[in-house]
Design a protein around this ligand. Structure first.
Ligand code: EPU
Length: 432
């Protein structure tokens, strides 16, 4: 088991390069399966969810060639199965995108019920199913698999109104419709940057998708997608996490290789909290020298404040002057990490979807546990800012979505390292 050991209390200084977006990559890799040819994907983040997605594709018959650590070529001309590996695909949430891509290209798909981060509450996929059904598929659950198929061999375009704004349903239906017969119109779509990225990827392979990034997406189905080259956008949430880290510790960092427009919803809140943010073409200079001020945050679909930054910003607010209110309105429950922050001295009360955060003067290092990816990021931020040593367990969740987090933080001057511990929790081998 791996743990992170953090000696907190050091301000961060330096530069950090942001990797490709996880939530774009985990959709674009399954979408590559629809391409009858070779597609080269650049700016792929090296994270475990991506490794897992590529492995699932390989088992279906894709030939994958690594060109360099961030570029792969995927050849899906000889897919020999439409049933995904059960053990692999149940490990990641994004395996549900294989339903859209397999169904779109082959008219059938069998995918294990998706797993992924469990931050409490249910994570339904009824809107995905509603979309596939509207496109003419039958969807059943059998033996732990979701089986979707169409008797006519090809889906048929339709008008689909989503009852909830869902990132996953928008992308999954977009994939399935890309090769359906005729026009599909999806209304009440999510507008996250990775939705635009997936549409751009599919269009660069020959799809005809318009309106991604607005709440109505129109997809004229095509017969075939052919190969090409595509570069994934930078990760908005990874960038936001480093911005939150310097807000918590103080210091000054240059966040590089980003699209500043994607960061507006996060930047605006940090500025309210007294953080200085200077915008350049593809970088942000983030500085915090004075006290952190309180603010209120409500998570919303893009362009609102992202739910995937809620735990990290709450960790920062736990050190702000005054009382802040944080309201989670995307997920039913996403506050499991709060108990970990409380172990460090944070004063936070959660009532249903709202956290009341009473700022404290400082946090104190403690043994804490990451229960999911963003909760893990919040633990790291709190530990970096705390007085004394923290030991973070559950770091496999963090590594699902943050490439080289230890090396990137060390380059900013953080005292953090990764250690391997044996079953009795004794530290045995230092690895980072
Ligand atoms: N929802 C439904 N029915 C559905 C789908 C969603 O009721 O069929 C509800 C959900 O329960 C939730 C809301 O709609 O309350 C939004 O869910 P959404 O479908 O947008 O989430 P998702 O696609 O499953 C992606 C990201 C999450 C991120 C959310 C919201 C991926 C692989 N995951 O999940 O990312 O929190 O969008 O932005 O893209 C993360 O990166 O840490 C993460 C959890």
């Amino acid at each position: 088991m791996t743990k992170y050991i953090v000696q907190g209390g050091k301000p961060l200084f330096g530069e950090v390069d942001i990797s490709g977006a996880k939530n774009a990559a985990v959709a674009i890799i399954p979408a590559a399966l629809m391409v009858d040819g070779v597609c080269r994907i650049e700016n792929i983040p090296q994270i475990s969810d991506v490794t897992m997605s590529l492995r699932i594709l390989e088992r279906l018959g894709a030939v994958i060639r690594s060109i360099n650590p961030h570029t792969v070529e995927i050849d899906c001309t000889r897919i020999h199965s439409t049933r995904t590996d059960y053990e692999l695909s149940r490990k990641i949430r994004a395996s549900y995108y294989l339903i859209g891509s397999l169904l779109g290209r082959f008219g059938q798909a069998e995918v294990a019920m998706p797993g992924g981060c469990n931050f409490g509450g249910v994570r339904p996929i009824d809107q995905h199913v509603k979309g596939f059904t509207a496109l003419g598929a039958k969807v059943v659950v059998e033996g732990g698999f979701i089986r979707a198929f169409t008797e006519r061999g090809r889906l048929k375009g339709a008008n689909i109104y989503l009852d909830v704004v869902s990132v996953g349903a928008t992308m999954n239906i977009m994939m399935a419709a890309a090769m359906a017969e005729g026009l599909t119109v999806i209304e009440n779509c999510a507008k996250e940057p990775h939705i635009v990225d997936l549409a751009n990827f599919l269009n660069s392979m020959g799809a005809n998708i318009r309106g991604a990034g607005t709440d109505t997406i129109k997809i004229q189905g095509v017969d075939r997608l052919t190969g090409g080259t595509y570069a994934i956008i930078p990760d908005q949430i990874e960038a936001g996490t480093y911005m939150a880290a310097v807000a918590a510790t103080g210091g000054q960092i240059l966040v590089k290789n980003i699209i500043p427009k994607h960061m507006d919803c996060i930047t605006a809140k940090l500025i309210e909290m007294g953080v200085e943010v200077e915008e350049h073409e593809d970088t942000l200079l983030v500085r915090r020298t004075g006290d952190l001020q309180r603010t209120n945050i409500k998570t919303l679909p893009y362009p609102g404040f992202p739910t995937d930054m809620q735990p990290q910003i709450t960790a920062v607010l736990s050190l702000a002057k005054g009382t802040s209110l944080v309201t989670e309105s995307v997920w039913n429950s996403r506050y499991r990490y709060v108990d970990e922050l409380k172990r460090m001295g944070a004063n936070i009360q959660v009532d249903d979807k709202t956290a009341v955060v009473e700022g404290v003067d400082h946090l104190t290092g403690a043994p804490i546990q990451a229960y999911d990816l963003r909760a893990g990021a919040a633990c790291v931020i709190a530990a970096l800012a705390a007085h004394g040593e923290s030991e973070i367990s559950g770091v496999q969740y963090i590594e699902r979505g943050y490439e080289d987090i230890i090396l990137k933080l060390q380059a900013l001057g953080a005292n953090i390292r990764s250690v391997e511990v044996d079953e009795e929790d004794a530290v045995s081998v230092r690895i980072g």
